[in-house]
Each structure stands twice: as structure tokens, then as C-alpha cells.
Design a protein around this ligand. Structure first.
Ligand code: MGD
Ligand code: MGD
Ligand code: MO
Length: 674
């Protein structure tokens, strides 16, 4: 790469719905400035502050440059550099021994979307582990509950094009802190507001998104489904539903109308923690405004009842016939709009596993400690497991197992590498060719390499090719080149929305938009081809067929509901190791209501102990009435000190639908440190 200043179009590889198009100013293999691409219809030249300072992370002097082998006890981060040949040979030798003794399914890959590139996260890696016959990982920590609830209703993950939300006259931001986690949705909402739209935020905390809204409802955690059912009750009662739409495009509206009679305003308002007047205002605004658009966030899906709650909200637009109005409807995840040929990319037919051992990623601690499951080796990539997973104390116990052979492929030394026998240096997304599809907007984007890999770092794809060779796997599929992979993956016969797009066009234009008709109704993938308010499939799968409120199971031994969300200046734990970003986020805090602080005799910014049966943390108490009494929030996934790891407190319980993480259904006590 040249040493003179150049501007290069790139795509942000972080796990974020906005998936921005970036203009990187590069000099001497360093990112010296980052701008938003003005030509991209969603990015519109605006980017978040953390990505504006991306260069501090990507070209940081802390980047790993060589493979490292452990020399000290596990947990102490003591390594010596070794060569790639030695590293690959060590993995191959160790795995061959493990396989001989315990079988292929004693090896488990553990990955998530630290790099959203499809080649980096679900291509040769998946093919390799199928061919190896490893145990399988259920990757459900993020959206699983919500998208499962959504899919039972709508058939697939397709919803309103966010760009159309500028036409909405009512926008509800529900369980999403869009100001931090989906900033371009706020820009679009701002444009809608100029045309007279009203904006409502529904959250348990008065965050920056709430401040931006015309109406804010501060509700009790985990009551979203009930609130939606209470709205439905009023919509039917006040005759604000569109019966002709319901008749033509839905299944089960009569059963639903009968079913929601039990959700009376008095009961709903009390349980949700709002007034009957607020509930009425919300229902009437929703029932009388069109187009209305609901952006459903992940704050809902991380509760035990998150699948059903999301399903209940997903039913609302059908009641008022919103799917026929441009900008109307809702959007949880648009993941299926840009669905590529994942079967081709991942090749499940290469699988050689005999038993089909499946481990849920949220239960990795339990799995590592379960002798029957017999996990002998972990290969971790695209994921900071020891920070982001619930029930960390248990995970730590598992990772400390002397007999566990643990490989971590990372850009940096992290909390997770502490427990590695071998650390491999990863190339960043800007150092390789890959393609990206947003799970919110409708653009496919390409990343061409714009930096030379730092040190000896290698991309995920490259490392799996090396491993395949070392294990003498001869399948040519394991050695396919990046260009061909993208070209072939973009051809998905089953997805009409991308059928006219080509790799050549993508290379030329940097991003291309899916061709999605304004009316999605002919594309519903439910069995009935309609919106399923009553779902026969749910009944067959062992669930209640109508959206129903089931209270979360809280451990009442502890007085506070504890919700550790993501924060504004990190992306999950990414950036939490960069001093610049730490300074932006300032402190690791819990937000505590003044009444609760007073009862505990805790003053503002006092260091406190937060604990429950899973573990304990030391954090500062930020006293504020932005939260509800008895509800505590924490600001993100800090990893600067073990004392700050909030997931030491969260449970590994699974959600009602989708086997997702119910990490937000958690209780704690707060104790003064003497
Ligand atoms: N800055 C930044 N952006 C990010 C991320 C990040 O870490 N930082 N992470 C990325 C990822 S992987 C994801 S999945 C998304 C997640 O982004 P969001 O969809 O915004 O989800 P969360 O940040 O988990 O929580 C959103 C809101 O839900 C609220 N909440 C919690 N419980 C409840 C409840 O029971 N009901 C309601 N109504 N609200 C509740 C919280 O107070 C919070 O304001 O953001 C992505 N973007
Ligand atoms: N308490 C609590 N816990 C949470 C959440 C929460 O809101 N609260 N959010 C949950 C959610 S929604 C999600 S999605 C998960 C996210 O969990 P993770 O996917 O683990 O997200 P990150 O913490 O960003 O860590 C990603 C790691 O991948 C590495 N990486 C980046 N690119 C590459 C690459 O090309 N190759 C390799 N080998 N590594 C790479 C980065 O350096 C980084 O350390 O966290 C979950 N955990
Ligand atoms: Mo996520």
C-alpha cells in the first residue's frame, strides 16, 4: 500500500444495524481520519463518535502482531511469541490427539459477529468445522428471541424499509436506545418529524432517545408484551382496527379480539407501571395515526419473555392495516431482505459429526464444566467471550480447566485471551476483502482491503485455510478464494430481492440496494402466507398460539432488577480497551434511583458492591431519577478491571423463544462498601 495520503471507501464492520459507509483517510498504513460517506443514502455523511475515532483502535500499537504461546498459569496473560508455522502445527497436533482420544465433537468453535463480514464470520470457518465434525454452537446471544417471535408472526425477518420511515406520521422507538445503537433511525425520525410526525419512546430508562421524543413511557422491565396486548384491547374496543385488512391479510383476528378482552386498561396500566390515561393516549395515537412505524429494539428480547413480547408488538401494525402504507409497519430485523446463499457459503453438507452435539453459547460455562459433554478444546474468534457472555464466574471456572486446549484469534489481548493456550493475531476488516449486509437497511456493501495487515496478523478465512491444510483436509471447498465466495454467495435463487444484483456492480459502486417492493404482503413466508395473529405453528412447536403475557421469573431474594445494557461509546466490549473511548464513557456506573440511594444511605458516585448468587461487581452509583425505583441499569461492557465485568451478575437463563439470552431478567442487591 502507498505511503501518501489517500481516501478510501470502506464499510463499518461492527455489529450495528446502521452498517455505515465510511471514507477513510489513510496515510502510511494508518487511519488518520474517518468520515461518513455523504453519498450513501442511509449514512448521509453522519457517523457515530466511536467510529469517528476508529483509527485509534485499528492502527493502535497494542494490536497483536505475532502468534503467542502461553508460558504462565491460565488467567495471567503470560505469553511468548512463536511463528505461524509453530502455532498451526501446535493446533493440528493437539487436535489430532484430542480427536483420537475423545472424538471430533470434543472440539467446539465459539464465535460471534465482532466482524460482520460474511466471509469473516460464516464462510470457510463454518465449512472447516463441518468438515472437522466439531460440536456445534447455537449462536443466540443477540437477537434470537425477538426474531423468533417476529418470524412466527410475519414468516421471515422482513419489515419496513427504514428509509421509508421518513413518511411515517407516528414513530415508536420501543426497547431501543437508538440515540446510541441506531443513530440513523433517529436522523430518519427527525426528517419525519419535519413532516409532522410524532415520536414515542417506550423504555425502562429515560435515555437520550427518550429525550428526543414527544412522548416517553417509562415502563416496568419485561412488561412490553402486556403493553402491546393492552393497546390491542383498546384498539378493538374503540373500533380503531381495520377489519378489511384483518380479514384479507391475517389469520386469527377473531380469536385475538376475544383473547385480549382479559387485558383491561386497569390491569395493564398497573402492571406496566404507567397510568390508564397514558395507556389510552398511546393506544388512541396509534389507532388514529397512519402511517405508523415501530422500531423494535433488543431491550425487549433479552428478557425471559422477550420472544412473546416481540411477537405481541409485531401484531400491532396488522391491527391498523399499516403494511399497506409506505413507511408504515414495523422493523425488528430486516436480515432476510439481503439474505445471500448461506448454504453455499457455509456448506453444512460437509458435516462429518456423528452425534450432533449442540452447545448453546449462553450456557458455555455450564458446558465447559459438564463432564458428559466433554469439551476438550475451544477455538474462539470474532468474540470476546469472557466479557460478553452471561454468568461469567462459571465461564471463568470452565476456562481455567488445565486440560482445556483453548485457542483465541483476536486483534488485541483481551479478558478472553487471558485463558488462552495460544493466541493468534487477527487482521482487521479493513485489511481484507469481504461483503456486508445490514440487518436493518437494504444495502449490500463491499470492503476492499485498504490497509496492509498489521504485523503478521491474518484474516479468519486465511487461518482456516492454513488449518485445513495442516489437518490434510483435501476438500477444495476449504480453499476457495474470497472473490469467488462473494460472487457465488450473492446469487441466492431463493431471494428475489437481490436476484438482479451482481458482484461486478458491487465492486464498481461499493454498495448496492436490494430491490424490495413497497408492499411486502405477497412475500410473507408464513405457512398461511398471511400475518399469523394466531399461529398454528407455535401450537405445534409447543407454545401458546396467541400473543400472551407471561410474567418473568425474577429471583425475589434480591431487591433490584438489574439491566446491564450496551453503552454509547463502546460496541459491546469493542473499544473498551482503548483509553480514548474509555475517557468518553467516563466511569463504570450503575444508575440508581434517588429514593433507593437514600434508603441505602448511598451518595452520588459512591463506589458500591452489586451482587447476587452469580457473582459481584464494584461499580459507582450514579444517582438519578431517569431510572425507576428498584430498577438499576449499568453502562456497558467494560473490561478495564475484573471488578467491572457486569456479566458476572447476569444469569445464563434462556428466553421463551429462540433459546436466546435472558440476561436482562436479573436481580441483585446493592451494598455499601465499608
Ligand atoms: N453504541 C453502541 N451501539 C450498538 C451496540 C453497542 O454496544 N453500543 N451494540 C450493537 C448490538 S450487538 C445490538 S444487538 C444493538 C442493541 O441495541 P438496542 O436494540 O438499543 O438494545 P439494548 O442496547 O440492549 O437496549 C435498548 C434499550 O432497552 C431498554 N430496556 C431494557 N429492558 C427493557 C424492557 O423490558 N422494556 C423496554 N421497553 N426497554 C427495555 C434499555 O434501557 C435500553 O435503553 O445495538 C448495536 N449498536
Ligand atoms: N450484559 C450484557 N451482555 C451482552 C450484551 C448486553 O447488552 N449486555 N449484548 C449482547 C449482544 S446483543 C451481543 S451481539 C454480544 C456481542 O458479543 P461479541 O460479538 O463478543 O462482541 P464484542 O465485545 O464487540 O467482541 C468482538 C471481538 O471480536 C474481535 N474481532 C473483530 N474483528 C475480528 C476478526 O476479523 N477476526 C477475529 N478473530 N476477531 C475479530 C474484536 O477485537 C472483539 O474483541 O454481547 C452480548 N452481551
Ligand atoms: Mo447484538
Amino acid at each position: 500500500m502507498s505511503t501518501k495520503l489517500e481516501k478510501k471507501i470502506s464499510v463499518c464492520s461492527l455489529d450495528c444495524p446502521d452498517q455505515c459507509s465510511l471514507v477513510l483517510h489513510i496515510e502510511d498504513n494508518h487511519i488518520i481520519k474517518v468520515e461518513g460517506d455523504k453519498s450513501h443514502p442511509v449514512t448521509q455523511g453522519q457517523i457515530c463518535n466511536k467510529v469517528r475515532h476508529l483509527g485509534k483502535r485499528i492502527t493502535s500499537s497494542e494490536r497483536l502482531t505475532t502468534p503467542l504461546k502461553r508460558i504462565g498459569p491460565k488467567g495471567t496473560q503470560q505469553f511468548v511469541p512463536i511463528t505461524w508455522e509453530e502455532a498451526i502445527d501446535m493446533i493440528a497436533t493437539k487436535w489430532k490427539t484430542i480427536i483420537e482420544k475423545y472424538g471430533t465433537e470434543s472440539i467446539l468453535p465459539y464465535s460471534f459477529y465482532g466482524n460482520m463480514g460474511h466471509l469473516s464470520s460464516e464462510s470457510i470457518d463454518r465449512r472447516f468445522f463441518y468438515r472437522l465434525g466439531s460440536a456445534k454452537l447455537e449462536r443466540t446471544i443477540c437477537q434470537a428471541a425477538g426474531t423468533t417471535g417476529y418470524k412466527y408472526t410475519m414468516g421471515s425477518n422482513i419489515g419496513t424499509d427504514p428509509e421509508d420511515s421518513i413518511h411515517a406520521k407516528l414513530i415508536i422507538l420501543w426497547g431501543i436506545n437508538a440515540a446510541s445503537t441506531n443513530m440513523h433511525q433517529l436522523s430518519l425520525a427527525q426528517q419525519a418529524r419535519k413532516n409532522g410526525a410524532k415520536i414515542i419512546t417506550i423504555d425502562v430508562f429515560e435515555n437520550q432517545t427518550a429525550k428526543f421524543s414527544d412522548l416517553f413511557l417509562k415502563i416496568n422491565p419485561g412488561t412490553d408484551g402486556l403493553l402491546a396486548l393492552g393497546m390491542m384491547h383498546l384498539l378493538f374496543k374503540k373500533q380503531l382496527v381495520d377489519y378489511s385488512f384483518l380479514e384479507k391479510y391475517t389469520v386469527g383476528y377473531k380469536e385475538l379480539e376475544e383473547h385480549v378482552k382479559q387485558y383491561t386498561p386497569d390491569f395493564v396500566a398497573k402492571e406496566v407501571g404507567i397510568t390508564v390515561e397514558q395507556l389510552e393516549t398511546l393506544a388512541v395515537m396509534y389507532g388514529t395515526t397512519s402511517p405508523s412505524y415501530i422500531r423494535i429494539g433488543n431491550g425487549i428480547g433479552h428478557h425471559e419473555n422477550g420472544g412473546m413480547s416481540t411477537r405481541a408488538i409485531t401484531c400491532l401494525p396488522a391491527l391498523t392495516g399499516q403494511w399497506l402504507h409506505i413507511g408504515g409497519g414495523c422493523n425488528k430485523s430486516n436480515g432476510d431482505i439481503l439474505l445471500h446463499d448461506d448454504n453455499y457459503l457455509e456448506m453444512p453438507h460437509l458435516d462429518t459429526a456423528q452425534q450432533n452435539k449442540v452447545i448453546n453459547m449462553n450456557k458455555i460455562g455450564e458446558a465447559l464444566l459438564d463432564e458428559k459433554l466433554n469439551i476438550q478444546s475451544l477455538y474462539i474468534y470474532n468474540c470476546n467471550l469472557a466479557v460478553i457472555s452471561p454468568n461469567l464466574e462459571k465461564i471463568k471456572q470452565g476456562l481455567m480447566r488445565e486440560d482445556l486446549f483453548n485457542v483465541v484469534h483476536e486483534l488485541f489481548l483481551t479478558e478472553t485471551t487471558k485463558y488462552a493456550d495460544l493466541v493468534l493475531p487477527a487482521a482487521s476488516s479493513y485489511e481484507q476483502l469481504d461483503f456486508f449486509t445490514s440487518y436493518w437497511h437494504h444495502y449490500i456493501q463491499i470492503q476492499k482491503p485498504v490497509l496492509t495487515p498489521i504485523g503478521e496478523s491474518k484474516s479468519n478465512v486465511e487461518v482456516f485455510r492454513l488449518l485445513a491444510k495442516a489437518l490434510q483436509f483435501e476438500n477444495k471447498e476449504l480453499f476457495e478464494q474470497e472473490e469467488e465466495l462473494i460472487q457465488r454467495a450473492m446469487k441466492n435463487e431463493d431471494n428475489p430481492f437481490i436476484s438482479t444484483l451482481s458482484y461486478e456492480e458491487l465492486v464498481e459502486k461499493e454498495y448496492v440496494k436490494a430491490h424490495v417492493p413497497k408492499n411486502l404482503l405477497p412475500h410473507l413466508k408464513t405457512e398461511s402466507k398471511k400475518i399469523e395473529l394466531y399461529s398454528k405453528k407455535m401450537l405445534e412447536d409447543g407454545y401458546l398460539p396467541l400473543p400472551t403475557y407471561i410474567k418473568n421469573n425474577l429471583n425475589m431474594n434480591y431487591p433490584f432488577h438489574f439491566i446491564a445494557t450496551s453503552n454509547h461509546n463502546f460496541l459491546n466490549s469493542t473499544f473498551s480497551n482503548i483509553e480514548f473511548h474509555q475517557a468518553l464513557e467516563k466511569e463504570t456506573v450503575i444508575f440508581l434511583h434517588p429514593t433507593d440511594a437514600q434508603a441505602l444511605n448511598i451518595s452520588h458516585m459512591e463506589q458500591v458492591l452489586v451482587r447476587n448468587e452469580n457473582g459481584s461487581c464494584e461499580l459507582k452509583a450514579f444517582v438519578t431519577d431517569k431510572t425507576k425505583e428498584k430498577v438499576i441499569l449499568a453502562n456497558g461492557l467494560w473490561s478495564d478491571s475484573e471488578k467491572h465485568l457486569v456479566n458476572k451478575l447476569t444469569p445464563s437463563t434462556l428466553t421463551d423463544l429462540g433459546r436466546g439470552s435472558a440476561m436482562f431478567t436479573c436481580t441483585v442487591e446493592v451494598v455499601k462498601i465499608q
